[in-house]
Write a protein that binds this ligand. Structure first.
Ligand code: PHB
Length: 417
């Protein structure tokens, strides 16, 4: 009997035995005895977890416009797993990655790869709004517990909410909503030109800003395509500093880098009274890449800043800096928090994820002090409730170009019901 099982195990291990096979085998006493006799199928040492591996599929961009965002989220998540000993609920956490890229077809292929080929227990990731929304029905109908680690598409907190999908990042509505009234009331801005990557996240971000901005808008929005690899000159030249007080910008990744470098070269933003936006276009990933092209003085809304003066943030920043030799950005924080939600939910159910209702309930109940402030989910939207920090871009003598917090708007919850 033991010999038979050993042969079976060796064969299945060579083929990549999946979790169900393991559980089937482990369910019989003979199976357990045989496992013990031949060293067991778990991959850890004597003091490590004894349950089956917990397979996590990470679907994030590792190429094109949002590659740096995907890398930061991954770094943050793996850093959290590392400090948790790469295990939770008596299961070793095993990660498998797939490249989201930009186009939905590629993001769908990446999701199917981790679900159907790798047989993951859970999916985490998605940077771009159309990709998160476009994978929603597949994840929902296949009942895959999923954490969205960036993509802000509002519909996931509203009409397209799913019992299987929670979001650890933000909705596109959140960072921009407080900014309309901030610009009008506190900065006396009366006219704004909207500048945004022309796709879901850009459109929803400026839409949210418009809800609270009481002034008027320049006649032409500036709308470069997402992942613009062409010349930035025509887009920057469309900005009319003589006609408006301010621009309100949504761009991220290499789009923000290309735009800001060209705007600096042409001197366009320096002619405006106020440069504003949701904070992604001046986040640390962008600032690290553009050096002195940084639009010092820019005022932006975001759910984190490198300079946040809390113990949780300082610990996180120094840990990340030590490991990666550069400061984290908001995406790394989102990855770290995603990792923490996974670890805490796994611990809460003692690794028993087969009862999906219980696992999802445990996810919904995770709350903790994050580098960004208090982290908790809103049961109405499955989306995290964020404090939005109003930040001003400065050149700090110690930190270089970075964002300082000048105002705080706590408890910003997406209005989904
Ligand atoms: C999005 O597509 O939802 C998105 C992408 C990049 C960001 C923020 C939002 O920085």
């Amino acid at each position: 009997m033991a010999e038979e099982l050993k042969t079976f195990l060796d064969r299945r291990l060579a083929e990549g035995m999946d979790r169900r096979d393991f559980l089937k085998l482990g369910a019989s006493t003979a199976g357990l005895a045989a496992l013990a006799a031949c060293g067991g199928a778990t991959t850890s040492g004597p003091s490590g977890p004894t349950g089956p591996d917990f397979k996590l599929g990470i679907v994030l961009p590792y190429s094109q416009v949002y590659a740096d965002l995907g890398n930061s989220i991954t770094n943050g998540m793996l850093l959290y797993f590392e400090q948790a000993g790469n295990q939770a609920g008596n299961r070793k956490i095993v990660v498998t990655k797939a490249d989201e890229q930009v186009a939905l077809a590629d993001a769908v292929a990446a999701t199917k790869k981790v679900v159907e080929q790798d047989g993951v227990d859970m999916v985490a990731g998605y940077v771009s709004s159309p990709n998160a929304n476009g994978n929603r029905n597949y994840l929902d109908s296949n009942k895959i517990p999923t954490l969205i680690a960036n993509a802000g598409v509002n519909a996931l907190s509203r009409a397209n909410k799913s019992a299987f999908i929670y979001r650890t990042s933000f909705s596109n509505w959140q960072p921009s909503h407080p900014m309309g009234s901030y610009l009008y009331d506190k900065l006396a801005v009366r006219t704004v030109q909207l500048v945004y990557a022309n796709y879901g996240a850009g459109i929803e971000s400026v839409g949210s800003f418009k809800e609270t901005f009481k002034g008027s808008f320049g006649s032409d929005d500036v709308k470069p395509p997402l992942n613009n690899t062409g010349d930035w000159t025509p887009f920057v030249q469309k900005i009319q500093p003589d006609k408006v007080d301010a621009v309100y910008v949504f761009m991220s990744g290499t789009d923000a880098i290309g735009f800001l470098k060209k705007a600096n070269e042409l001197g366009t933003l320096r002619k405006l009274k106020v440069v504003a936006g949701s904070g992604f276009f001046v986040e640390q990933d962008v600032l690290g890449a553009i050096g002195d092209a940084a639009p010092v003085g820019a005022v932006t809304g975001l759910h984190w800043a490198l300079t946040l003066d809390s113990k949780e943030n300082k610990d996180f920043v120094s840990r990340y800096q030590k490991k990666h030799g550069k400061p984290p950005d908001v995406f790394a924080v989102q990855g770290w928090d995603t990792g923490r939600v996974i670890v805490e939910a796994l611990n809460a159910v003692k690794g028993k994820t087969d009862n999906k209702d219980a696992f999802l309930k445990a996810i919904s109940q995770v709350s903790f002090k994050s580098p960004r402030g208090d982290f908790k989910f809103d049961p109405a939207t499955n989306n995290v409730i964020n404090t939005i920090y109003v930040r001003k871009l400065v050149k700090d003598p110690k930190l270089g170009y970075t964002n300082q917090v000048i105002d705080t708007v706590p408890g910003v919850a997406d209005p989904g019901k």
